[in-house]
Write a protein that binds this ligand. Structure first.
Ligand code: KG4
Ligand code: ZN
Length: 367
């Protein structure tokens, strides 16, 4: 729980509940600053299962949602008179988890007589670098890298997004997480794999970089997981099942295996290489000189340094959200709520959108 400054109107309360983090934040649309925020991560809850269990996620959002709202409001000396709107994550995400946040947001907005606004989770990520200092100015290229998305976009303004490239299979975060699992790491694997990679040789294993020279700006990460699975089988001396035989469980690399850090570093290098190469191509193709990186994988230190170095060779600047805003949080939702305030309505019907393409969004000026 962080209380950053004294609140003044107009304030927007933001609630995030799309996956495994409950986030609540109060955003000051006048100063453009986060007034207070609170976060509850469900990592410990899902870790024993090796991934997010949707039913448990919904239950945790119910347990913590109102508690976090109370934390945020109590420490800021908040009064509902200062509030302009309540924003919540309308999608994409887990249906049950989204419904919990939507219900909480609608109930609060109804009780306070304030307008409600549903926010696109990925737009929250996409625009979170605007909360950094220095912040980028439009237009810019955006690399959106999370557990479910790997997209390159041209961003000309709020709601003005042109897709330049997308993944044709797995997302970058998914590639990190699936590889981490094969390396015997716990959930969520991305940050743990990155930590393990610190002590490894990124050239030790030849991990493929599909589509690297495809000429377009698309990504492919599914083959990478197969390559890692094959290396793990080789290193553990496990045979591939004979044709037609029932496949035995995929082996994972034991914690004390001497090549573990090398394999982690090689996987990370392959993912980062693909992301950086295509991002630089996007800068060349658009002629733009700024790129923002958003989403959980944007917290990866190797990606940050490689992209910053590569962009510098093109005379371009990379903008990152503060690390705490890379992964899911309430501030990015409150922020978009503030940018789209004119769309907020006193309509308290619950209508979540578990699947929702960013390309469906429009500029608030067109609405
Ligand atoms: O944006 P996010 O918090 O949730 C989604 O909207 O998906 O992103 C989560 C993803 C996970 O796949 C996680 O492993 C990855 O971001 N991630 C990282 C790092 N921190 C989070 N991947 C690589 N290195 C990191 N430091
Ligand atoms: Zn996210």
């Amino acid at each position: 729980m962080t209380n950053l400054s004294t609140p003044s109107p107009p304030l927007v309360l933001g609630i995030e509940s799309s996956c495994d983090e409950t986030g609540v934040a109060l955003f000051d649309a006048g100063t453009g600053k986060v007034v207070a925020e609170a976060l509850h991560s469900q990592i410990a809850r899902h870790a024993p299962y090796g991934g997010v269990v949707p039913e448990l996620a919904s239950r945790d959002h119910i347990t913590y949602g109102l508690r976090l709202v109370d934390d945020v409001l109590r420490t800021t000396g908040f009064s509902s008179g200062l509030l302009k709107a309540v924003a919540y994550t309308q999608g994409p995400g887990l249906a049950g988890a989204l419904l919990v946040g939507a219900q909480l947001a609608a109930s609060l907005a109804y009780a306070w007589g304030k307008p409600l606004i549903g926010v696109h989770h990925m737009e929250g990520h996409l625009l979170s670098p605007l909360l950094a200092d220095p912040a980028p100015t439009f237009p810019f290229v955006a690399l959106l890298v999370s557990g479910g998305h790997t997209q390159l976009m041209r961003v000309d303004g709020v709601g003005r997004y042109d897709m330049l490239g997308d993944t044709i299979d797995d997302a970058a975060g998914e590639a990190f997480d699936k590889s981490a699992k094969l390396l015997g790491l716990a959930y969520p694997g991305g940050p743990l794999l990155a930590k393990l990679a610190e002590g490894g040789d990124p050239k030790a294993f030849a991990i493929p970089r599909p589509l690297l020279h495809s000429g377009d700006l698309n990504f492919s990460f599914a083959g990478l997981k197969t390559a890692v699975a094959n290396e793990v089988r080789r290193l553990t001396g496990t045979q591939l099942p004979a044709r037609g035989a029932v496949a035995s469980a995929q082996p994972t690399l034991p914690e004390d295996h001497p090549r573990r850090a090398d394999l982690a570093a090689s996987v990370q290098a392959a993912i980062v290489d693909s992301l950086v190469t295509k991002s630089l191509n996007a800068l060349k193709q658009t002629g733009l000189k700024s790129i923002v990186v958003a989403g959980g994988v944007g917290a990866n230190a190797h990606l940050r340094s490689a992209l910053t170095a590569g962009a510098a060779t093109l005379g371009a600047t990379v903008f990152y959200p503060p690390i705490a805003l890379c992964t899911d949080n309430g501030a990015m939702i409150a922020h978009v709520g503030a940018l789209r305030l004119r769309e907020a309505k006193k309509d308290y019907s619950i209508n979540v959108r578990p699947r929702w393409a960013l390309s469906e969004l429009r500029s608030p000026l067109e609405l």
